[in-house]
Design a protein around this ligand. Structure first.
Ligand code: ASP
Length: 397
């Protein structure tokens, strides 16, 4: 019975109702937008502290600088490479297939987008360093927050063990509470979706839904390319094993990821399978997989890059190369900060959209298919982690 009234089913139901509501009661629909805005604000409320505590505790869990140097740096290199590949795949695909392009409904206003400044390496590097971390927190500068979290966590690894435990416990507790809060906010999804979608339909008309299938297809195709071409390529070249055979060996974890839409929930099974079937050393699996579940999300990164460009297309926004660059960077880092639970990628998407000024309301549209895409992208997240463990295992004595 409770399965029938699950959040996913209720969200689907509220989506269907919202479409009719938006068509038949447009005036009321426009007035209840506030509920959608509250929902979006609640999501945004969580981002900054969640990103900080996730990255900070992931590094502190390494327990020593030497372990960070040995395992950590290799893992980071792998994570960054594959995540960047995923985002590039997503951006190429979405620019080729152009879902939503030219489908801007008449009712929808194209917002003024502040032009991104010309790209420069100098500005990029300087922009990563928080001159005042509190102002980075206040402004929601996630890249700077991540850099700060990494630095401070590394420093914390060198201090007195007793004091180290105190801050670790504090931030771990804080992180747990934030994840709990995220789950609570996710319970409100049906209400948020109802308000956002009925508003969107009232404003833009029902045609807007028709372009959704093309968006979902673009994401799924991108995820499949990453899973069966990009990652296997890295596995063949650097790992020296047959990734397709490994895929069959660990399929249980991938199926679990698909059905739970949570890398964290899948973690115990991935660790077990990597060791048992993949013959990955215990200490490598025990480190690379939990860290990967927290910060390595290829599927999420790929999906976010496509979602951002799709929403921009729907609003009739033409993104410049510099803006694509900003999306590339924000998505790469946002996927690091996303929690390994259902719907987390969607929360971080607000940040990606905000980084180039794409209207956050666009999220109301893609929520309709988000749970399904979440299931697929989570499997790819876990598949990326499992390959990471296997490849890094080869380079660790
Ligand atoms: N559900 C994903 C995961 O747990 C995160 C996301 O929402 O993209 O890996």
């Amino acid at each position: 019975m409770s399965r029938i009234f699950s959040i996913e089913n209720l969200t689907l139901l509220s989506l269907i109702l919202a479409v009719f509501f938006g068509i038949y009661f447009p005036e009321i629909a426009q007035n209840i937008k506030i509920f959608g805005d509250v929902f979006l604000s609640l999501l945004k409320m969580i981002i900054v502290p969640l990103v900080f505590t996730s990255v900070f505790t992931a590094i502190l869990n390494l327990e020593s600088i030497s372990k960070f140097k040995d395992l950590g740096l290799k893992a980071f290199l792998y994570y960054l490479t594959t995540t960047a590949m995923a985002v590039v795949t997503g951006l190429i695909l979405v620019n080729l297939l152009m879902p939503g392009k030219g489908e801007k409904p008449d009712g929808l206003k194209t917002p003024e987008i502040p032009q991104a400044e010309e790209f420069s390496l100098e500005r990029l590097i300087l922009g990563l360093i928080p001159q005042n971390p509190f102002s980075s927190f206040a402004q929601g500068e996630v890249l700077q927050i991540i850099v700060f979290a990494i630095f401070i966590a590394l420093a914390a690894l060198t201090i007195d063990k007793f004091k180290q435990e105190i801050i670790k416990n504090f931030f771990e507790g804080f992180n747990d509470a934030l994840i709990k809060l995220t789950k609570w906010v996710i319970v409100l999804t049906p209400i948020g979706v109802f308000a956002l979608v009925s508003y969107l339909i009232a404003e833009a008309g029902v045609d807007i839904l028709l372009s959704l299938w093309k968006y979902a297809l673009t994401v799924v195709v991108g995820l499949l390319i990453h899973a069966f071409i990009n990652l296997p390529l890295i596995a063949f070249i650097f790992g020296g094993y047959n990734p397709y055979k490994y895929f069959v060996q660990v399929r249980e974890a991938l199926l679990l990821a698909f059905s739970t839409a949570s890398s964290a929930a899948t973690l115990p099974v991935s660790i077990e399978l990597a060791q048992e079937k993949g013959k990955v050393k215990k200490e490598v699996a025990g480190f690379v997989l939990p860290l990967g579940a927290t910060i390595n999300m290829d599927g999420t990164a790929l999906y976010e890059s496509i979602a951002a460009v799709y929403i921009a297309n729907i609003y009739g926004i033409d993104l410049s190369i510099s803006q694509m660059m900003v999306i590339f960077l924000t998505v790469t880092l946002a996927s690091i900060g996303a929690a390994a639970i259902p719907g987390a990628g969607l929360i971080l998407l607000t940040l990606v959209l905000g980084s180039v000024g794409i209207p956050l309301e666009g999220i109301g549209l893609i929520i309709a298919v988000d749970r399904f895409l979440d299931m697929v992208r989570t499997s790819i997240n876990v598949w990326g982690d499992l390959n990471g463990a296997k490849i890094i295992d080869r380079f660790v004595k």
